[in-house]
Design a binder for this molecule. Structure first.
Ligand SMILES: [Zn+2]
Length: 489
């Protein structure tokens, strides 16, 4: 079954074939580790997790590289402002590396909970300074960059003589010029749209390295070119990230690859894939609007916009129920809807395991399965694939109640498809997390029923309830006035 993916570079869906089958090189821009992982992080990570899982399912040997940005990402896109990690370190009076390690750990914890697989390689920018310097040296040697006061900038005017700039975002340099603000400190650039490959560091700057141009630190864009090419070669198969990275970050990466390696770089990657962003009740998510929701706040229900806690799978399903190129508007109502949908889906999955085969088949499992994979092959349409599972829930109930039948081989195919697609490809986990509060209520109810049975001298039922509860790991302790319980194994 051929997989088609939407390529931002060509603005169309294209048949995916790797350069060197069965190997696939996938690079995705990872987090800048200076804050708690939020909904935007979750959406990007889950989108490319499904791509990674699906390519693996299709038999490819995927090398998935997702970086950690721990230096060089400035507050402004135009090389101005403070380094995000340094600023946080300054505010908290700790070392920058403490900030980077703390938020890398929190990112891992949140993504593990969401059942996002770890990438094959997770390189940190600070651990790849020599590769970045080597690339800048080569760009300088080829005449596409210039040095001013210990900083190095890519010379867009010079670059445009040989390559088109703005090819990924579809922006012309004239548009870029119109949108470029005049900023202090840009005086040293030849043109405001030139971008930094290397920035000179003041002596007090906490993160700096030796370079041929003096002490400094790398620009944000060069790290992703250097690390992706270092681990995946050039050109490689797929480069991914959030839609907000198309410009300037990914546009800059393509320019760096061409400036460094010439036309053979072929836009650095064959496919450029971007997931759309998360809005909150129709608004852009931002700290200043007070609608910035972290993943942890969803798991604990501690954000003012939430009335309760939600398990990670509710969020994962919410994200997968939208196509990755559509905007996803978050609200508690939508999250609650996804949680209920998740529980329905997983209950049906469990029920499907209890179905016994019949002597004929009432519907074609093969035809349904083909539709599911056709949806996944159509630019990873997880929303359409999931809809096909939901549409089958009623039939599963009827199969379980023996109102519908499937031959043994059809039943096995159906059960396998549920397992493969929901668990392996979409990464939903089973069993669903049952809340402790609800579970306590069920135990208390059974204890109450047992007391009632004893009052009615129905000792057979009372003993049965005690034994069954014991079998389920609940040990009862009878006192004259009450029955207490504890967990046992
Ligand atoms: Zn990047």
């Amino acid at each position: 079954m051929p997989l088609y993916l939407y390529n931002t570079l060509t603005r169309q869906k294209e048949l995916f074939t790797p350069y060197k089958p069965p190997y696939v090189g996938l690079y995705v821009c990872g987090p800048t580790v200076y804050g708690d992982p939020h909904l935007g992080h979750a959406r990007a990570a889950i989108t490319f997790d499904v791509l990674f899982r699906y390519l693996t399912y299709l038999g490819y040997k995927v090398r998935y590289v997702r970086n950690i940005t721990d230096v060089g990402h400035l507050e402004g896109d135009a090389d101005e402002g403070e380094d995000k990690i340094l600023k946080k370190a300054r505010l908290e009076k700790v070392e920058p590396i403490e900030i980077a390690h703390r938020y890398t750990a929190l990112y891992h914890k949140a993504m593990d909970a969401l059942n996002v697989l770890r990438p094959s390689i997770e390189p940190a920018a600070t651990a790849h300074i020599p590769q970045q310097i080597a690339m800048i040296e080569r760009i300088l040697a080829r005449g596409y960059a210039y040095v001013v006061n210990g900083s190095v900038y890519l010379d867009i005017e010079r670059y445009r003589q040989d390559f088109p700039y703005g090819i990924l975002s579809g922006r012309s340099v004239e548009e870029l010029l119109a949108g470029t603000r005049e900023l202090e400190g840009q005086g040293e650039k030849k043109n405001p749209w030139d971008f930094a490959l290397w920035k000179r560091a003041e002596p007090t700057h906490l993160m700096q390295w030796d370079s041929p141009w003096g002490r400094g630190f790398p620009g944000w864009h060069i790290e992703c070119s250097a690390m992706s090419i270092h681990y995946l070669g050039l050109p490689f198969d797929i480069h991914g990230g959030g839609l907000d990275l198309v410009f300037p970050h990914h546009e800059a990466e393509i320019a760096q690859a061409h400036a460094c390696f010439g036309p053979e770089a072929q836009h650095q990657a064959r496919f450029w894939i971007h997931n759309n962003l998360v809005t909150i009740e129709g608004q852009k998510m931002s700290k200043s609007l007070g609608n910035f929701i972290t993943v942890e706040e969803i798991f604990t229900g501690t954000h003012p916009k939430l009335t309760r806690a939600y398990p990670p799978m509710a969020l994962r399903l919410l994200i997968l129920q939208a196509h990755y190129r559509s905007t996803l508007d978050f609200s508690e109502e939508a999250l609650l809807g996804a949680y209920r949908a998740y529980l329905r889906l997983m209950s049906a999955y469990q029920r499907l395991k209890e179905v016994s085969p019949g002597s004929h088949s009432d519907f074609s499992v093969q035809a349904w399965r083909e539709k599911v994979f056709a949806a996944l092959d159509d630019d990873l349409n997880t929303a359409a694939a999931l809809a096909l599972f939901f549409s089958q829930i009623e039939d599963i109930l009827r199969l379980r109640r023996r109102e519908l039948f499937l031959l043994p081989e059809d039943l096995t195919l159906l059960q396998n498809t549920w397992q493969e697609v929901l668990e392996k490809i979409l990464g939903l986990t089973f069993p669903p997390q049952v809340s402790w509060v609800n579970w306590q209520k069920v135990v208390e109810l059974l204890i109450q029923l047992r007391r009632q049975a004893r009052l009615e001298k129905n000792y057979g039922l009372a003993d049965l309830l005690r034994e069954e509860l014991s079998g389920a790991g609940v040990r009862l302790m009878d006192f004259p006035d009450e029955t207490l319980w504890e967990l046992s194994a």
